[in-house]
Design a protein around this ligand. Structure first.
Ligand code: VGL
Ligand code: ZN
Length: 444
């Protein structure tokens, strides 16, 4: 992409104290090593920075500062984390040694800019910790110092003292003229493995936090519900998960069989899998709303809401939380029914794009038949999502990452992703058209 000889990668403060278990541990801080190592191969100059404080630093709580003591020079917490320690850094830059000054930026009162310029660097790529403090300040100062500046979105992690701090910092960096990129537009197995582990852990915490031990969800025979189920079975034990498949007249037998196979693959006892037709509910709806059949979309939405009522009642009967099955692709494309499949207590796969869901389902041992099937919302006979949307999920996923996460325009998103420009345009139009669905209800 860019010329390595004029590019420096600055690995900000990936130190033991900023990783989980450290004095100021940042969630995911220990997971950046693989992406950083990859990014390092495209940079002619590799810089590590370290927060390096005296024991009486002004930012520590005992001195009236906001932080617990961290990265005290000479302690193990101040050393580079093992995930990056093996890289051959050209420059190791320390900051924060003055007891009386906070220094979040590596360019603050330092010769780093000059040292980079001496090496012919014009482009600075920033990775590391923490997005909302030292990454933010370092990127903003790199821009101010005249470097073309890129923050690697998949090689950073935020403290998020207030939820959203990390995202706000990235918006600020873009507004100042910086750009965002990712080493991988979509995550592969290596990146997904720790994410799935974390989901298993967090689901257990959330269910326990709600004073429950069980979860219930609808199974369609597709990969999204299969993955939510697999995560739940691992988190709570298969005996504590209830799965129900809810066919209508349009549901082909193969999907019911696949749903049963998913439940079996996740280890659910046979009694925890239920198959209940929603036709009686649909008849009731049609009695109240005789024209519900007039448009496939109306009937489809009514079906999704009929399923929601059934799942919630099952959950209440079993004292379970309801798991949703919405993924990131459906979220951005607005491909969900409000109060239907979008209704849930927990969304286990909300942050995963469809392409990633497929890989994750494979990693969690879901059946081959489910993995290779064309995604369908099952709203009417023969329906497939990709026919209905007019593009493939894989293309949509790449386009959405570039448009929404990197903030690129259509032309730049097409160039970065390799997806046909006309497709990117269609995806962008759809994402924009359904944006209102993420802000409902609109309170006036
Ligand atoms: C940092 C808080 C305190 C950072 C340093 O490296 O982002 N954050 N000191
Ligand atoms: Zn510090």
């Amino acid at each position: 992409m860019t010329d390595p000889s004029t590019t420096a990668l600055i690995v900000v403060d990936v130190q033991n104290d900023f990783c989980p278990g450290g004095a100021l541990g940042v969630d995911g801080g220990d997971q950046l090593g693989a992406v950083i190592a990859e990014a390092a191969t495209a940079a002619g100059t590799l810089v590590a920075t370290r927060d390096m404080h005296p024991a009486n630093h002004i930012s520590f709580r005992e001195q009236g500062g906001p932080w617990p003591p961290h990265c005290v020079a000479g302690t193990p917490g101040a050393e580079l984390h093992p995930s990056v320690v093996g890289l051959s850094f050209d420059i190791i830059h320390d900051k924060g040694r003055d007891p009386a000054r906070e220094q979040y930026s590596d360019f603050d009162d330092s010769d780093l800019a000059d040292r980079l310029r001496e090496r012919g660097v014009t482009h600075v790529v920033v990775a590391g910790l923490a997005t909302d403090y030292c990454v933010r300040a370092t990127a903003l100062d790199a821009i101010a110092a005249g470097f073309e500046t890129t923050v690697l979105r998949d090689a950073i992690a935020a403290v998020d003292v207030e939820p959203g701090d990390g995202e706000r910092a990235l918006r600020e960096i873009r507004a100042a003229g910086g750009t965002l990129d990712r080493a991988h537009l979509l995550r592969g197995r290596e990146q997904l493995a720790p994410i799935l582990e974390a989901k298993v852990r967090r689901l257990r915490e959330v269910v326990e936090g709600a004073g429950r031990s069980r979860a219930a969800l609808g199974l369609s025979g597709g990969i999204d519900s299969a993955l939510s189920l697999a995560i739940a079975a691992r988190a709570l034990g298969p005996e504590n998960v209830f799965a129900i498949t809810l066919p209508s007249r349009h549901t082909e037998q193969v999907h019911i069989d696949d749903a049963r196979a998913c439940a079996a693959a996740a280890g659910l006892p046979a009694a925890n899998f239920m198959n209940v037709s929603i036709e009686p509910i649909l008849e009731g709806i049609a009695a109240a709303r005789p024209t519900v059949h007039d448009a496939p979309l109306r009937f489809g939405n009514a079906s999704a809401r009929a399923r929601m009522i059934t799942i919630y009642d099952l959950a209440q009967e079993r004292d379970a939380l309801v798991l949703g099955t919405e993924n990131r692709s459906e979220y951005y494309l607005g491909y969900f029914t409000r109060f239907g499949d979008a209704a849930s207590d927990v969304e286990p796969i909300w942050d995963l794009y469809k392409t990633e869901v497929k890989l994750a389902s494979e990693m969690m041992g879901q059946p081959e038949a489910v993995l290779i099937k064309h995604p369908t919302a099952g709203l009417w006979g023969g329906q497939t999502d990709e026919d209905e949307l007019g593009f493939t999920y894989h293309d949509a996923d790449l386009a959405i990452v570039c448009l929404e996460e990197l903030g690129l325009d259509v032309a730049a998103a097409a160039a970065r992703s390799g997806v046909d420009r006309a497709v990117v345009e269609r995806v962008a139009a759809r994402v924009a058209a359904v944006d209102w669905k993420h802000h409902v209800p609109h309170a006036l």
